[in-house]
Design a protein around this ligand. Structure first.
Ligand code: UGA
Length: 435
């Protein structure tokens, strides 16, 4: 099939590249000329394992192309995926400006019948609105069908998730359009669920909200574990053995971040409010997460009384490992709080340092390795569970730090192992190790 992807961010690129990999002819479009130039030369603008290799392979094979001209690709496409960002407004509602603009641009280029697929996360009912918008702005007398095909991939494992997903959801009112998108996705060999348009849009919000709920739940259990002297890792592990609960998303930590959970939970709360339902449970999930992001600094403040002038190192800035994305990352909250405390801040992330320089306020010092980051530190905060940190020879902390005290927001190390190294170690939902 000839497919155009409008919006070459995370979702757009992962989708486009994967569709090219299974043999479709795909053009990924983006307004950002610099990004398109980079992609045309085979370079990925985002850090995502496996993505660049697929870009190079499919560019060379002629299945994939990139353009910043929406006409190029859209006018002759049989299917157009909309994958532009749907950020949140200040009040938590979804900002549909870009997706509406993209829909109007698409309408003006279409010169043959086409199926438009919304992959961006949009409030229930939006796909119908977009169909109407496109129809109102068509230049040629063509027919369009709309399909909602929400994305379930995770950053950091986007390509793996596309080929190993648990389900592909296809929402449509038109059976023919649903059937075409089913065929397009068949090579991924992932179970396909066909639903109504609004069901598909809701499935996406409900799934993300549920996963966020699991995380806040285990974080609450972690807080209680600390108070009663239990170990949340042991608790979560045995809870997860119950197949009705499952192991995933029960890792206690400094709370969820990223471009999805924080935004989608708030959007669902707003959406519920619009239909006069107070989603109390989800409001608590968000509140618990906000508190969780403050937790490490609060613990450190209790430990030291004051952090003023103290040399504090943050290990990990990305909202999770294997990405350079820092959107809604706990590290941003932690840095703000440390600045307010007048601490001396040194940060290091294996891939997100450059993102951090554009994101974090002035006054933060950047280190280019673990060793330079922790040298002479009085406290280390671990904020992202990068494999590089988990593999560190723990004696390095004692050797390099002025005082070896760690506040681990990701429970990277086994308590029994840590005890051997005489490091003061505080983690989430587990007994502290004091020297
Ligand atoms: C999430 C969903 O997992 C995807 O299914 C969905 O497609 C995506 O949002 C989206 O809506 O586009 P993502 O935000 O990339 O994916 O990352 P996750 O792996 O879900 O992690 C989100 C946050 O939760 C991270 O900050 C992570 O550290 C945190 N987390 C995750 C925990 O604190 N504990 C866990 O057990 C799992």
């Amino acid at each position: 099939m000839r497919i155009a992807i409008v919006g070459s961010g995370y979702v757009g690129l992962a989708t486009g590249v994967s569709l090219a990999e299974v043999g479709h002819h795909v053009t990924c479009i983006d307004k950002d000329a610099g990004k398109i130039k980079m992609l045309q030369s085979g370079k990925s603008p985002i850090y995502e394992p496996g993505l660049e290799a697929f870009i190079i392979k499919n560019l060379e094979a002629g299945y994939l192309s990139f353009s910043n001209d929406i006409d190029n690709g859209c006018s002759t496409a049989e299917i157009i995926y909309i994958t532009v960002g749907t950020p949140q407004n200040k009040d938590g509602t979804t900002d549909l400006t870009d997706i509406k603009e993209a829909s109007i641009d698409i309408a003006k280029t279409i010169s043959q019948d086409v199926i438009v697929v919304t992959k961006s996360t949009v409030p229930v009912g939006t796909s119908e609105t977009l169909k109407q918008l496109i129809e109102e702005n068509l230049v040629h007398p063509v027919s369009i069908e709309i399909v909602s095909n929400p994305e379930f991939l995770r950053e950091g494992s986007a390509i793996h998730d596309t080929f190993n997903g648990d389900r592909i959801v296809i929402g449509a009112t038109n059976n023919f359009a649903a059937g075409v998108i089913e065929e397009v996705n068949r090579p991924f060999n992932v179970p396909i669920v066909k639903t109504e348009l609004r069901d598909a849009e809701m499935i996406k919000y409900a799934s993300n909200a549920f996963l966020a709920t699991k995380i806040s739940f285990i974080n609450e259990i972690a807080t209680i574990c600390e108070k009663v002297g239990a170990n949340v890792d042991h608790v979560a592990s045995a809870m997860g053995m119950d197949k009705r609960i499952g192991h995933q998303f029960l890792q206690a930590g400094i709370g969820y971040g990223g471009s999805c959970f924080p935004k989608d939970t708030k959007a669902l709360i707003q959406l519920s409010g619009n239909v006069e339902h107070d989603f109390e449970l989800l409001k608590s999930v968000v509140k618990v997460n906000n508190n969780q992001q403050d937790l490490l600094v609060e613990k450190a403040k209790q430990r030291f009384k004051s952090l003023t002038g103290r040399r504090v190192t943050l290990l990990g800035l990305a909202f999770k490992p294997n990405t350079n994305d820092m959107r809604e990352a706990a590290s941003i909250t932690v840095v703000d709080k440390l600045i307010a405390e007048k601490a001396e801040i040194i940060v290091y992330d294996p891939v997100a340092n450059e993102t951090a320089k554009r994101t974090l306020p002035e006054g933060v010092n950047y280190a280019d390795s673990f060793q330079t980051a922790v040298k002479d530190a009085e406290v280390v905060f671990i904020l992202t569970e990068w494999e590089e940190f988990k593999q560190i020879d723990l004696s390095e902390f004692k050797r390099l730090m002025k005082i070896p005290i760690i506040f681990d927001g990701r429970n990277c190390f086994d308590l029994d192992v840590m005890r051997v190294y005489e490091i003061e170690y505080h983690s989430i939902g587990r007994p502290s190790i004091l020297r």
